[in-house]
Every structure is written in C-alpha cells, then in structure tokens.
Design a protein around this ligand. Sequence first.
Ligand code: HEC
Ligand code: HEC
Ligand code: HEC
Ligand code: HEC
Ligand code: HEC
Length: 227
Amino acid sequence: MNRFYFPLWVDKLIPAVVGGIAFMGVYVFGLIFYGGAPAALDVGYMPDQPVPYSHALHVGKLKMDCRYCHNTVDKAAFAAIPPTKTCTNCHSAADQNNQVALTAIHSNSPALLPIRESAATGLPVPWVKVHDLPDYVYFNHSAHVTRGVSCVSCHGRVDQMEVVWQVKDLSMSWCLDCHRNPAPNLRPLDKVTQLDWVAPEDPAVLGAELQEKWNINPPTDCSTCHR
Ligand code: HEC
Ligand code: HEC
Ligand code: HEC
Ligand code: HEC
Ligand code: HEC
C-alpha cells in the first residue's frame, strides 16, 4: 500500500501556520480587550472615580444646583470640575485650627479620605474624565446652556446617577441632528439645570416658540466645530 507523503517544503510551512494561529489568538484577544473596553464603546462609559461621589445624593436628594460645583458651565466653554475646597465647604476635617468645624459632615468617612488628603496636601483629587471629545472638535457649554439647552439633553438624568456615565455617543451626527432641529430641546432658561422638568405643553411647540423668540439658529458649517 502506498503511503502518502507530504512534500518536504510543507515542513517549512509548519512554523508559519503555528505562528499564524498564535497571532490570530493574540489579535482576537486584543480586539475583545481593547475594542470592548468602555473607553472605546463610549456610550455607557463609566470609569471608577477616586471618591464615590454621588450625583443622585447631592443633586437628586440634597437638591444642589449643578452650578454650585460646575460654576463655569454658563460662562465658559468648559464646565469646571469642582476643586476640593467646594467639597470641604461641607466635608471639612473635624477640627480646623483647633476648633471643631461645623461643616464636618462624615468627617471620618473612609470614602472621603482622598478629599481630606487633597485638602491637606493641596494636590487635586485625580477625578477621571468621563466625556472626552477629540481635540479637533470645538465645543462650548455656555453657548448651549444660555440658549435654553438643558444638561439633560446631552448628559441624561445625572441627578439619578450614583456614578456618572456617558449617555450619548457625542458623534458628529448627534451634534448635527440637534443643530438642524433644536426646538424639542429648548426650555426656559431657569429650567436648564432642573433635569426632572417636564414641559407643560408639547415640548416641540414650546421649543418652536422659544426658538423664534430668541432667534436661535445653530450653525452647521464645518468651522463651527472644527476651527
Ligand atoms: C457637589 C458638587 C456637584 C454638583 C452639585 C454637581 N456635580 Fe457634576 N460632578 C461633580 C464632581 C466632583 C464630578 C467628577 C467626578 C464624577 O465624574 O463623578 C462631576 C462630574 C460630572 C459630569 C461628568 C464630567 C466628565 O468627566 O465628563 C457631568 C456630566 C456632571 N457632573 C453633570 C452634572 C449636572 C448636570 C449637575 C446638576 C444636575 C451636576 N453635575 C451637579 C460634582 C458635582
Ligand atoms: C452643601 C453641602 C455638601 C457639599 C458641598 C458636598 N457634600 Fe457630600 N454630602 C453632603 C451630605 C449632607 C452628605 C450626607 C448625606 C447622608 O448621609 O444622608 C454627603 C455625603 C457624601 C459622601 C458619602 C460619605 C459616606 O461616608 O457615606 C461622599 C463620598 C461625598 N458626600 C462626597 C462629596 C464630594 C466629593 C464633594 C465635592 C465635589 C461633596 N461631597 C460636596 C453634603 C455636601
Ligand atoms: C449640547 C450638549 C451639552 C449640554 C447642554 C451640556 N453639556 Fe456638558 N458636556 C458636553 C460635551 C460634548 C462634553 C465633553 C467636552 C469635551 O470633551 O471637550 C461635556 C463635558 C462636561 C463636563 C466635563 C468638563 C468639561 O467641560 O469637559 C461637565 C462637568 C459637564 N459637561 C457638565 C454639564 C452641566 C452641569 C451642564 C448643564 C448646566 C451641561 N454639561 C450641559 C455636552 C453638553
Ligand atoms: C440638544 C441640542 C444640541 C446638541 C446635541 C448640540 N448642540 Fe451645539 N448648539 C445648540 C444650540 C441651540 C446652539 C445655540 C445656537 C444659537 O445661539 O443660535 C448651539 C450652538 C453651538 C455652538 C456655538 C455656535 C456659535 O458660533 O454661536 C457650538 C460651537 C456648538 N453648538 C457645538 C456643538 C458640538 C460640537 C456639539 C456636539 C458635541 C453640539 N453643539 C451639540 C444645540 C445643540
Ligand atoms: C455641530 C458640530 C459639528 C459640525 C458643524 C461639523 N462637525 Fe465634524 N465632527 C464633530 C464631532 C463632534 C466629531 C467627532 C466625532 C467622533 O468622535 O466620533 C466630528 C468629526 C469629524 C471628522 C472625523 C470623522 C471620523 O470619523 O473620524 C471629520 C472628517 C469631520 N468631522 C468633518 C466635518 C466637515 C467636513 C464638516 C462640515 C460639512 C463638519 N465636520 C461639521 C462635530 C461637528
């Protein structure tokens, strides 16, 4: 009986095939690992923060206004992340200058240790950025919040979040969809930070009225967002 022999050159292929299979494994692993990482998926991105700060507690329950902490949001392009001093208005260490502090809420809480350390050292708390547009995109908060666009349109119900996560994909088409038809997202200026506000009438009708009254016309030319 004739046995079938592979030609000799096949031997040389074996390392290539084994190498190829190993590479595929690494490749697929990398794809799942990096492709599936929240930063790459964007929507739903919810990084761990150094302090378990809860918007649901401070905004939802204690009814603090966004601008108490994000105090540049209606004046500048950037919505500031509050400095430690803003937190120690309420969460100071128990004694200050040998006096018992009156604002020492949860002053021994381990959850607030990074705040007390930051207050003592002067080094900022290393908060992790949640929303991050590419550098070639220009965005401006005050251009929106002073024109009746609420935080909720872009960030969702932050007042119900224990940990902030990204609700919208922040894609170009998302920006443009609203720039072409902003009316349903317009509301009275004093309701911009009130995320649970519901329009007393059809929001599209009210929005159309406000759009006309305030002469709102979001630009769609490229240089608006790419400059
Ligand atoms: C007591 C202070 C405080 C108040 C009040 C507050 N925030 Fe924040 N906010 C923070 C801190 C601290 C962070 C950074 C840590 C984090 O992401 O949770 C933050 C982060 C955020 C982020 C994510 C920022 C990023 O990195 O992309 C958004 C969005 C946000 N806040 C929206 C709001 C809105 C909307 C309101 C009002 C409804 C509000 N915040 C009220 C303190 C506050
Ligand atoms: C206006 C006062 C006030 C400010 C300002 C404030 N908080 Fe609070 N915070 C509270 C109160 C009140 C509680 C406790 C609520 C309770 O226990 O029911 C609390 C609770 C907490 C807790 C839970 C502590 C624990 O051990 O349960 C954390 C963490 C926290 N705050 C972080 C922060 C951070 C970070 C900042 C600054 C960005 C901040 N807070 C600013 C009033 C404040
Ligand atoms: C029209 C959409 C839109 C509205 C309205 C909006 N934001 Fe933002 N926000 C964004 C985008 C986009 C980013 C990411 C900006 C970047 O990476 O440059 C962001 C980032 C942030 C950040 C992180 C710091 C920064 O500036 O990058 C905070 C805090 C924040 N927003 C809070 C708020 C609060 C509070 C309100 C309401 C008073 C609000 N935002 C309204 C779209 C919006
Ligand atoms: C929910 C609606 C909405 C979304 C989403 C939105 N915008 Fe806007 N944008 C507006 C409105 C309304 C104005 C104000 C137009 C006016 O003043 O006539 C505006 C104004 C602007 C301006 C100022 C234009 C100027 O020169 O006055 C810039 C820049 C801008 N938007 C960029 C962006 C970018 C970038 C995104 C996406 C990351 C975005 N916007 C998402 C509604 C929106
Ligand atoms: C209202 C704001 C806005 C306007 C107007 C706008 N863009 Fe963009 N553009 C964005 C945002 C936001 C991104 C980032 C999208 C992302 O990260 O997925 C982007 C991304 C891009 C990219 C990179 C795309 C990619 O897939 O990597 C190009 C190219 C681009 N824009 C070209 C343009 C051109 C050309 C125009 C004019 C016809 C324009 N943009 C108008 C907001 C805008």
